[in-house]
Design a protein around this ligand. Structure first.
Ligand code: IVH
Length: 724
């Protein structure tokens, strides 16, 4: 391999990388307080390995330390423990190609077919547990792989780890070393960080650090107060029992050994599976890559192991990792990047929201270049300063988040960011009311607010005017053609004469879309008005209860607050909105433009007349709110998981809401039914089964939407996810 760089430059970079790797290795393993995301650390090690490979042997001591060290030397806080069999690391495969390449190397060395044991790669810290005659006598961390730290007293406080193994002592080996991962569940991690915050202490960066920090405590009572868990994933050293025999199960297959450990009372992760081909192993990895957030704990990949223990011995190991196993690493959910700027955007209510402008970074499966920073206090709490290197996190469907700056000298040298005092759009002063976290532009004529209000009115959950996105609204506002939402209904083809981006066809389509929006039901119009605090659920509740815009406008705060699902905050905001003469004039103009100001299907208090309010079965999401069955699911909770054909998750949830039900994100004893589409969340299905809650498939859900009842056959749960 050649780098194209002069030798001196390569040598300098190698030196630099070695000290960086050593520094970050120490922060991660010894201090349990990493500064950079794991993916960044992996990238440094990879770069170092690649550059070292271009240099002539022999390896210097520094080289050995930097690239083959798998942890940190034991801390002086704990007695050292020399592992009888070194605790190795795993080689990584970043993606399917690297996994296949590993498989191809393997079959060149051992005769096919090979069975693979597939497991989750738990993001915690490795532990070695030694049982003598079935009794736990020692627990140690991995340390540097050769020498670990004696954490027996700490481990004795972990309820999940048995002090005594199940089964007759005569059937147990004289000595059994079990290896596995200590971890902290997400619930325990959140609770711990809440307690840390309440005590004014620093939050843990992630569950792995929290687990490591909780276990590596001089005072074991601290560990006892932290909720640690454990999954066993490997048998280490085994010495035969009195009969001189090692149980067969421990000497044949890895999967058999894990089953034996589970029978002895050790926690073994249930999401494991033996497969007959590498492609099936890859399917397991991909499944969990997609479903990692269904688990109650963090994983950073999957592990694929040769199941046959005799084959494992034949394959052996390199200096730091076995050849018979590989870690399939998932794309990182945390990466670092440059915070180019912090700007402020003005929303439809005038709220000024700071957001981060980032050097684009691929994280959590998508490229992120902007991220909301929520409000002034959040920026201050994180101490973000433009120019910083920052850690960005994007986990699953969750919106991207700037977690923290990397606290280097350059960060400390920069000036803290301050919230602007004037609106970036209209120049009016920005105001933050005492006791509130939000800052507002109070100028109702502010162009940015105008654009945001109109774009919101036209958006899908509101009036759904196709072809009227934010960019077009901005253009029309800047041309002085559009000042408020009522102006839309006076548009004609001539309005757009000479405006670029509006061809005849697109003008005709836009006018048709505006016209179609006149027949949206009242609750959609209410959403479109963009009244602060009033969302789709509150809009629907008010429209259902009072039936007309006139009735809502005249109802008064107390009456509104009494509506189920409304409450005092929304009621006060709605009443204030309708009391403004500007808004009253807007409503009059909308009425004059022929919009629907009543809730179709309403026939008096709490009543419906059973008609189809959307006309000929409209396709918009809340058309499902075109509720032929009134509140048939009132008080019922229906969880939707997975993809349903022909319906987005939002639409399915809106359909539940429209029938008076609730659609929370998790399954509990109060759940009435779980709707499982394609690739449902494994944890939700498992939980539903544990609790005996009916699981219905997409067809069953379609039937429920028509009848309001559960279908006769409810076992139509989807096929088993791999590993279950
Ligand atoms: S097997 C010889 N299986 O990942 C290596 N490791 O990056 C034996 N880990 O040191 C490890 N889940 O701490 C194995 N199911 C699993 C695992 C797992 C998490 C950790 C373990 C290991 C590290 C390597």
């Amino acid at each position: 391999m050649t780098t194209g760089a002069p030798d001196g430059e390569v040598a300098r970079r190698i030196d630099e990388l070695r000290s960086l790797v050593a520094y970050h290795n120490d922060r991660y393993h010894r201090l349990d307080d990493p500064e950079i995301p794991d993916a960044d650390f992996d990238a440094l090690v990879r770069e170092l390995r690649a550059l070292e490979a271009t240099q002539p042997a022999p390896a210097t001591p520094a080289r050995r330390t930097a690239t083959s060290q798998v942890g940190a030397p034991p801390s002086a806080l704990f007695a050292p423990v020399v592992h009888p069999v070194p605790m190795m690391s795993l080689d990584n495969a970043f993606g399917p190609e690297e996994l296949r390449a590993w498989g191809e190397r393997l079959v060149r060395q051992v005769p096919a077919p090979v069975a693979f044991a597939c497991e989750l790669k738990i993001d915690g810290l490795a532990l070695s547990l030694v049982y003598e005659h079935g009794r736990l006598v020692r627990a140690a961390t991995r340390g540097d792989g050769v020498t670990g730290e004696d954490v027996t007293a700490n481990v004795a406080t972990i309820a999940a780890i048995p002090g005594v193994l199940a089964g007759a002592p005569s059937d147990l080996p004289e000595l059994l070393e079990v290896r596995g991962e200590a971890y902290m569940s997400l619930d325990a991690f959140r609770a711990l960080n809440e307690r840390q915050a309440a005590a004014g202490l620093k939050a843990f960066a992630n569950p792995r650090n929290a687990a490591a920090g909780s276990l590596r405590q001089k005072d074991a009572t601290v560990t006892a107060g932290r909720e640690l868990s454990f999954w066993a994933y490997q048998v280490g050293e085994v010495l035969p029992g009195a009969g001189g025999r090692i149980p067969d199960a421990l000497s044949r297959t890895h999967s058999g050994a894990l089953a034996w450990l589970a029978d002895r009372g050790l926690p073994v992760n249930p999401e494991r599976r033996v497969v007959a081909s590498l492609e099936e192993a890859l399917a397991f990895c991909r499944h969990w890559e997609e479903h990692r957030h269904d688990l109650a704990y963090e994983i950073d990949g999957a592990v694929v192991k040769v199941d046959d223990l005799a084959l494992q011995r034949r394959l052996g190991a390199t200096a730091h990792a076995p050849r018979w196993a590989i870690a399939y690493k998932f794309p990182p959910e945390e990466r670092s990047t440059s915070l180019l700027d912090i700007r402020v955007s003005i929303g439809r209510t005038g709220r000024a929201t700071p957001f981060a402008v980032l050097a684009p970074v691929l994280v959590g499966g998508s490229t992120v270049s902007l991220a909301t920073l929520h409000n002034e206090d959040q920026v201050r709490a994180k101490d973000l300063r433009p120019g910083d290197t920052v850690v960005v996190r994007k986990a699953g469907d969750v919106i991207p988040e700037v977690v923290r700056p990397v606290p280097d000298d350059a960060h400390r040298a920069r000036r803290p960011w301050t919230f602007p005092s004037t609106c970036p759009s209209c120049g009016a002063p920005l105001v933050r009311l005492p006791g509130e976290s939000d800052t507002f532009c109070t100028n109702l004529d502010c162009p940015a607010q105008r654009v945001a209000r109109i774009a919101h009115f036209a958006s899908r959950p509101a009036m759904d005017i196709e072809g009227l996105g934010e960019q077009r609204v901005e253009l029309l506002v800047s041309r002085g053609i559009l000042a408020d939402v009522a102006d839309l209904y006076a548009f004609t083809a001539e309005t757009f004469a000479g405006i670029e981006g509006f061809a005849d066809v697109s003008i005709a389509n836009l006018l048709a879309a505006i016209d179609a929006s006149r027949s949206r039901p009242l609750h959609r119009l209410l959403v479109g008005l963009g009244i602060r605090h009033l969302g789709p659920a509150g809009s629907l509740a008010m429209a259902r209860e009072l039936g007309s815009l006139e009735a809502i406008a005249g109802a008064g705060e107390e009456r509104l607050a009494a509506i189920d699902g409304v409450g005092p905050v929304i009621a006060s905001s709605v009443a204030a909105w309708f009391s403004s003469p500007v808004n009253q004039a807007l409503v009059d103009r909308l009425a004059g433009a022929g919009l629907t100001l009543t809730e179709p299907g309403w026939s008096g208090r709490d009543g419906t007349d059973g008609t189809d309010p959307e006309g000929a079965g409209g396709t918009d999401p809340t058309a499902t709110g075109a509720d032929p069955q009134g509140g048939v699911w009132r008080g019922r909770s229906i969880v939707v998981t997975g993809t349903l054909p022909g319906m987005t998750r939002d639409e399915a949830e809106a359909a539940v809401l429209a029938r008076g039900g609730r659609s929370p994100g998790s399954v509990s004893a109060r759940t009435w039914a779980v709707v499982a589409g394609e690739s449902p969340g494994a944890a939700k299905i498992t939980r539903a089964r544990e609790l005996g809650i009916p699981v219905v498939d997409a067809d069953g859900f379609a039937a429920m939407l028509t009848t309001g009842e559960l279908p006769d056959r409810v076992e139509g749960a989807p096929s088993e996810p791999p590993g279950s």
